[in-house]
Design a binder for this molecule. Structure first.
Ligand SMILES: [Zn+2]
Length: 360
């Protein structure tokens, strides 16, 4: 009965080759079922064993058992080989390329307002200005009185500023603050007095800092904002010096061709006072909603230091003169980047801050 022997031998050869070429674990399980399962090829051959002559059965039976053992061993070997391949694939994915350049570590950068303030500081540094800082919590005396803002001035109104009330100093229902009340400064101008009292002329300083007002928050107002104040005190200082300096600064900030103009203005602590405009950066002077159809944008207020303020700072106005100017870095940043809502500037939202180029 060599037919059954041949069939077993060819199953042995063919099946071994098929097991060796199986590509994945699922295909291997299917092949195992096909070869060794209850209705598989080997079982079918074993069923024929009953019909072979009795003297040939033991030898054929042994052969069939060997074939089953070999196939099972081959399938098991293939199984671990396939599992080993998976390990290798995982290793290949996780492999470290030691020659690859490093991945950059994300680090923060300056807020666009801080970037602008540093740019402004650098420009003024070229003209000999240094930074002088003062406290954010001020006395009424420094914030108003020494700056020639008398108690009946509208900006002294309780509603125009934020008072840092001492416990018990403001009685319930009494809108009048105590005389010596401390406040959140409404502008950086009180630093002028502190600087004049601390420094020897010639004084050329820049006073950047945060200010506060009792303002309802909307697209163009916040209860906090930045100012950069400048002060020069020296002998023979004139409005012409102020004009020349501001024109140069505007060109440095907004380009050599930016048109500029001075208009009369009013501040209690300067006399005369001026408003300094540049040509609208949005429409180029044609007139648009951003410039209220005038073609001009006011970027700062300035003037000659009022004699009373000079006196309060410890200088004789007959001997020394000075000029001062103040600008709004928030608004300047909005102009620089085309930002339409000041609330974004103070939002502390990273989605906002990360849109701007890193400062230095
Ligand atoms: Zn315009």
């Amino acid at each position: 009965m060599s037919e059954l022997r041949d069939a077993l031998e060819s199953l042995r050869t063919d099946a071994s080759a098929r097991v060796a070429s199986v590509a994945d674990a699922n295909a291997l399980a299917e092949l195992r079922h096909e070869l060794l399962g209850r209705s598989g090829t080997l079982t079918a051959l074993l069923k024929q064993l009953g019909s072979v002559p009795a003297e040939e059965r033991p030898a054929l039976g042994q052969l069939a058992n060997r074939v089953r053992a070999e196939l099972e061993a081959a399938i098991e070997a293939r199984q671990s080989a396939l599992a080993g391949d998976d390990d290798d694939a995982w290793l290949a994915e996780e492999a470290l390329d030691m020659s690859a350049p490093g991945r950059p570590v994300p680090i923060g950068h300056l807020h666009p307002v801080m970037t602008l303030m540093r740019d402004v500081r650098e420009i003024f540094h070229a003209y000999g200005f240094e930074v002088f800082e003062g406290p954010e919590i001020e006395t009424e005396e420094y914030n108003f009185e020494l700056l020639n803002i008398p108690p009946d001035h509208p900006s002294r109104d309780l509603w125009d500023t934020l008072y840092v009330a001492e416990p018990g100093s403001v009685e319930a229902g009494n809108p009048e603050p105590a005389r010596d009340e401390t406040i959140l400064r409404t502008h950086t101008s009180p630093v002028q007095i502190r600087a004049m009292r601390a420094l020897e002329p010639p004084i050329r300083i820049l006073m950047p800092g945060r200010c506060f007002r009792h303002d309802a928050v909307d697209a163009s107002h916040g209860f906090e904002f930045f100012q950069i104040e400048g002060l020069v005190v020296d002998r023979d200082t004139s409005l012409a010096d102020l004009k020349g300096l501001l024109e140069e600064v505007a060109r440095a900030l907004y380009g050599r061709d930016v048109p500029t103009r001075f208009r009369p203005g009013y501040y209690p602590f300067t006399e005369p006072s001026v408003a300094f405009d540049i040509g609208c950066l949005v429409c180029g002077g044609e007139g648009c909603p951003a410039c209220k159809r005038t073609g001009w944008m006011t970027i700062l207020g300035a003037g000659m230091v009022h004699p009373t303020v000079l006196r309060n700072g410890g200088f004789d106005p007959d001997e020394f003169q000075g000029y001062a100017f103040g600008m709004g870095p928030d608004r300047m940043t909005m102009l620089r980047h085309g930002i339409g809502d000041i609330r974004l500037v103070f939002s502390a939202d990273l989605r906002f801050g990360t849109q701007f180029p890193a400062g230095h």
